[in-house]
Write a protein that binds this ligand. Structure first.
Ligand code: C2O
Ligand code: CU
Length: 468
């Protein structure tokens, strides 16, 4: 694609300075009553040099939205002020949150234009999280509404600096404006979703960032793209994965030469040893060619070599395994999409054929139901162990996201995974079956959906109920 080859640095609203590895202008400011205010506004933005101005939708005028930082077990207090001309709401992706603050349509009414909503919750887990709207998500996220939520360990890591890299791909026209025709286009929803042609890191195309060479560097990668599964390479260094989707791995794991796969919504924390080598972040395109998306220059001197073991992060108290003996798996069968041969599905309680589904903007079904189900996919009691089989009977990958919990992927097509990690967003390849398990310890109504936002709105969503 033409834009891929000539991506240049452009942009005004998104410009920010980097100091000490942390982009200061991205950090949230607190109001006098202790709340961080996130005010949505539309700001002019120029993606392409010499191109036309377009409108970004922003929290506080910047993309990404301000980074919110809190210590583990600290309180997040955010006042959302809706300056849009449509309703919105704020979801805290990956946080094992109090249900009332989850910001999904199951737990709150949309915040109308001009209105405010106060989110107050305790952050139970240290890690890399993010926030985004859960209302007309495809449009609202694509226009730039998202930001990082960083929950810091109570004891800071020694000699380590943090750099948050918020990754996105935008679908823009040749004149540099955000493509509008693609919203609601059922063909896009029935294929891979809205895949962009303009990649940004912290709101900029191919930014050159800096970090001190004399300290370890913790890269916090967040995939905020609507639908793109990123396959990331980190060149110039040998990073260790220390956390996925916020949750620390039991042991730091060398990334090696395999690209790091992050589905939309997914995060990874990478630890990089002290050193002065330039770091190049690249994303593999569909032809498996690396497209360089960001650079980190490391400045200053390295006092001594950084060798020896890379320690794991302190854990958040999740167990290392889930005992699933005697538990029957619940199957979530995904159907539909292009080349899927779906004949029809239930839509709002009625059996309809594919033509009528498409007329209603639907292309996908979970267990024969398109769109939000009236009944929960699973009814659990607090403390129950649950086993879900995500059965992907489609020709497309999907990024399954459960609210309020992390799940442990156990096996794909009956083959156990070598590494058992806690995830909140699980990529399931086309025509595969992925088994996950978790303990339902967080009461409430929790959404379970594909995080490819066009798939979600075209049918791939359901929910679970956890009773006290
Ligand atoms: Cu990140 Cu239900 O969403
Ligand atoms: Cu999907």
């Amino acid at each position: 694609m033409r834009l891929d080859r000539r991506q240049m640095l452009a942009g005004s609203a998104a410009a920010f300075a980097v100091a000490g590895g942390v982009p200061v202008a991205l950090q949230a400011q607190q109001a006098s009553d202790g709340f961080t205010e996130l005010k949505i506004s539309k700001v002019p933005h120029i993606f392409l040099e010499g191109g036309k101005e377009t409108r970004l939708w922003t929290y506080n005028g910047v993309n990404p939205g301000p980074e919110i930082r809190v210590k583990r077990h600290g309180q997040v207090k955010v006042r959302l002020i809706n300056g849009l001309d449509e309703p919105t709401m704020l979801h805290w992706h990956g946080i094992r949150i109090d249900n009332a603050m989850d910001g999904s349509p199951l737990t709150q009414n949309p915040v109308e234009p001009g209105e405010t909503f106060e989110y107050v919750f305790t952050a139970p887990d240290a890690g890399t999280y993010w926030y985004h709207p859960h209302f007309r998500s495809s449009r609202q996220v694509e226009h730039g509404l998202y930001g990082a939520l960083i929950v810091e360990e109570n004891t800071p890591l020694t000699d380590t600096v943090d750099l948050t890299l918020v990754l996105d791909d935008w679908l823009i026209n040749d004149d540099g404006t955000i493509n509008q025709q693609a919203f609601g286009d059922i063909r896009i929803a029935a294929h891979g979703g809205r895949l962009g042609n303009w990649f940004t890191v912290n709101g900029q195309s191919r930014p050159r960032l800096t970090a001190p060479a004399g300290k370890r560097l913790r890269l916090r990668l967040i995939n905020c793209a609507n639908a793109r599964i990123m396959n990331l390479q980190v060149k110039g260094v040998d990073p260790y994965i220390v956390a996925l989707d916020g949750q620390p791995l039991a042991m730091a794991r060398s990334l090696g030469s395999t690209p790091l796969q992050l589905g939309p919504g997914g995060r990874a924390d990478l630890m990089i040893r002290r050193g002065s080598d330039e770091i190049v972040l690249a994303n593999l395109n569909r032809a498996n060619e690396p497209l360089e998306v960001a650079y980190v220059d490391r400045t200053g001197s390295v006092a001594e070599d950084d060798t020896g073991d890379m320690p794991a992060l302190p854990g958040n108290g999740l167990p290392e395994t889930v005992d699933i003996a005697g538990i029957t798996a619940s199957e979530l069968v995904m159907e539909g999409g292009a080349m899927g041969g779906l004949a029809g599905a239930k839509l709002r309680g009625r059996d309809v054929d594919m033509r009528e589904l498409v007329q209603n903007g639907m292309a996908w079904a979970f267990n024969g139901v398109a769109g939000m189900t009236e009944e929960p996919f699973a009814s659990l009691k607090k403390g129950d162990t649950a086993v879900f089989d995500f059965v992907n009977n489609t020709a497309w990958p999907h990024a399954m996201h459960l609210h309020g919990h992390h799940v442990m992927p156990l096996a794909v097509d009956g083959k156990p995974f070598v590494n058992l990690d806690w995830r909140d967003t699980v990529v399931t390849s086309a025509n595969s079956r992925v088994r996950v398990a978790f303990v339902a310890d967080n009461p409430g109504k929790w959404m379970l959906h594909c995080h490819m936002l066009e798939h979600q709105s075209a049918g791939m969503m359901t929910w679970i109920n956890v009773e006290i």
